[in-house]
Design a protein around this ligand. Structure first.
Ligand code: SF4
Ligand code: SF4
Length: 167
């Protein structure tokens, strides 16, 4: 399996394949959810171990990260800050009381490594979320990240081959 890890090429490919991906999404919606999930989870296992996230770090450089109260307490404790100080330095309030990391790239990324790795937030742990069920229902979000995450890009491209999608 030949994997693409260049973010530059992935971004160009994403533009070139925009219409193809719309057709692929429609094609996948005709498959059974379980069959697609099995293929995606299998490909994800093969591909994620071949991709070095510390050579990429693009999710931490480009995504808005939600933080819950408990997560903020834990990260504040790790950084030996009280919550007010942690919130003042690192968080901003979004709509409906939602809290977000107040910088993109994330403050906690240093040389492509997370400096609070063991206490990183749920959204960070889950991304790119290809191990989760209901891939087809989440396609809109997955394809939104197709141009930024080499794991997603390669899983989607291999899934096209595995499902016999003709582009
Ligand atoms: S907390 Fe860590 S894993 Fe999450 S976005 Fe920041 S650097 Fe990345
Ligand atoms: S999850 Fe995707 S975007 Fe994030 S570091 Fe790994 S390959 Fe890059």
């Amino acid at each position: 399996m030949q994997l693409q890890t260049s973010l530059e090429i992935i971004q160009l490919e994403a533009v070139a394949k925009e219409e193809e991906n719309v057709r692929f999404a429609a094609f996948l919606k005709q498959q059974t959810e379980q069959q697609v999930d099995e293929k995606v989870q299998h490909l994800n296992l093969l591909i994620e171990k071949e991709i070095d996230c510390t050579a990429c770090g693009n999710c931490c450089k480009t995504l808005m990260i939600n933080v819950t109260d408990n997560e903020a307490d834990r990260a504040a404790g790790r950084l030996k800050l009280n919550r007010d100080e942690f919130d003042r330095r690192h968080l901003e309030k979004g709509s409906h009381g939602m809290m977000l990391i107040n910088t993109i790239p994330c403050h906690f990324l240093n040389e492509n490594k997370c400096t609070i790795y063991e206490d990183r937030f749920e959204g960070c742990r889950e991304f790119p979320a290809l191990h989760l069920p209901s891939f087809v229902k989440r396609l809109f979000t997955v394809l939104m990240h197709y141009n930024r995450c080499p794991i997603i890009f390669n899983v989607v491209e291999e899934l096209k081959k595995e499902t016999g999608f003709s582009n």
